[in-house]
Design a protein around this ligand. Structure first.
Ligand code: UDP
Length: 408
């Protein structure tokens, strides 16, 4: 862990740190057990890697476990993930059977140690079958945009979610009709992590050079798993339109996630599209390439996150924190981060992305202003200290199920 709690005071203010200790005092008697489906790759693992050590430093007993699953299970959960994001994916009896079998196995094998069990996303949702073992609070933390799910997918998931004591969504747009309390907690980034800490100009240059990027010409970048919902082909289409007027380079950098079996196929499609243009750099990065991603973003002129669906999109806050204007798809959690015309631009199409990229390339003052706005927006709303506070508050709320107000 590179950041100690006290180090954050310089960024967020001492009172924020003091407040965390006050809240931790009230929650320390309960062990918080996080369970998700991958230790590496994707936003959930990214966040847990940062939050778990900070909670520990606050004296809150905390653990993080990963469920098991074979390829068939993760193909089913990826299809479910896409369907919950609204894709017209059929949920077949065979898929349900695969999900149930893996859930039963995980129910048998998972060691439950939490007084509060915080289940992240749909893959481990079925562990709620062990709720009958009394004495634990159960919270389902949804990281995805579940505002317009394919009906069959939500029908499948809802009976599990309903049995939790509470659920957490990233923004009000995602709230569902559920019998239990719902908390709205946006994700966060860690300003002191390898991925976000300040770098020297020579560190940035070294990475640009390593990947054959020319620092003298504009660089447009999207950092994402190779996933169709991140619309990498739309990014290439936008870049080609920009390229007719502005000499620029495109970086599409991403790695896989252990629970995402579609990545290889999408990477292949992207590589095919990019093949004939030496200014398109498709970088398949290994896990833990944080310093390189940090440098790639810092070396960029504009960052894109042209998702067509997005739970939050940590990559957006990661870029805004580095004072980069972001062109983002006008979907899900991107809308919390990109304030149109203030921290970047929200777009609905490759044409829209291209138009905004050209506007930004032609106006260094606008880029600078948006970059400053973005940095402050993230500082106020999307840093890990705020996230830790919200999780402590959610734990506290479980202790007072019938209270609207908890007096500390
Ligand atoms: N990321 C990474 N390596 C990659 C691609 C992405 O470390 O090759 C990180 C990215 O910087 C961000 C997280 O993985 O911190 C992705 O989270 P996001 O919410 O943007 O999307 P998700 O993958 O969860 O849909």
């Amino acid at each position: 862990m590179d950041g100690k709690l006290q180090d954050y005071a310089e960024i967020v203010g001492q009172e924020v740190i003091d407040e965390l200790y006050v809240l931790a005092e009230k929650t320390r008697h309960r062990h918080l057990q996080n369970i998700n489906s991958t230790a590496v790759g994707g936003g959930v693992a990214e966040i847990l890697t940062r939050i778990v050590p900070l909670l520990r430093e606050l004296g809150v007993p905390v653990s993080w476990e990963i469920i098991k699953g074979d390829e068939a299970f993760f193909s089913v959960t990826k299809a479910l993930h896409n369907a919950l994001h609204g894709a017209p994916v059929e949920i077949t009896p065979e898929m349900i059977e695969i999900f149930r079998a893996a859930t039963e196995m995980n129910c048998r094998e998972m060691e439950l140690r939490g007084d509060v069990v915080l289940i992240h996303d749909p893959q481990p949702v079925g562990l709620i079958d062990r709720k009958a073992e009394a004495g634990r609070g159960w919270i389902w933390r949804c990281h995805i945009d579940i505002s317009q799910p394919a009906p069959a997918a939500w029908e499948f998931l809802k009976p599990y979610v309903e049995r939790y004591d509470a659920s957490i969504f990233s923004m009000p747009d995602f709230a569902r009709d559920l019998p239990n309390p719902q908390y709205m907690i946006p994700p966060s980034i860690d300003p002191l992590s390898e991925k976000n800490k300040e770098l020297t100009a020579s560190q940035i240059d070294a990475v640009l050079q390593k990947y054959g990027l020319d620092p003298a010409r504009p660089i447009l970048t999207q950092i994402s798993r190779f996933d169709r919902l991140k619309d990498p082909l739309g990014v290439i289409a936008a870049y080609r339109m920009v390229k007719r007027r502005h000499d620029c380079q495109l970086v599409l950098a991403g790695g896989g996630a252990a629970d995402d079996p579609e990545g290889v196929e999408v990477l292949r499609e992207v590589e095919q599209q990019a093949a004939e243009d030496p200014d398109i750099h498709v970088l398949a990065l290994p896990p833990f390439s944080d310093l390189e991603i940090n440098a790639l973003v810092r070396g960029s002129t504009i960052v894109l996150q042209k998702s067509v669906r997005e739970g939050f999109g940590l990559t957006v806050s990661e870029a805004l924190w580095k004072r980069k204007p972001v062109i983002g798809g006008a979907v899900g959690g991107i809308k919390l981060q990109v304030i149109n015309g203030i921290t970047g631009f929200l777009v609905h199409s490759p044409e829209g992305a291209a138009t905004r990229a050209m506007q930004l390339l032609a106006d260094p003052e606008l880029r600078k202003r948006m970059g400053e706005n973005g940095r402050e927006h993230v500082r106020q709303n999307f840093l890990v200290t705020r996230h830790v506070k919200d999780y402590l508050l959610a734990m506290l709320a479980l202790d007072y199920p019938d209270h609207d107000l908890v007096n500390l």
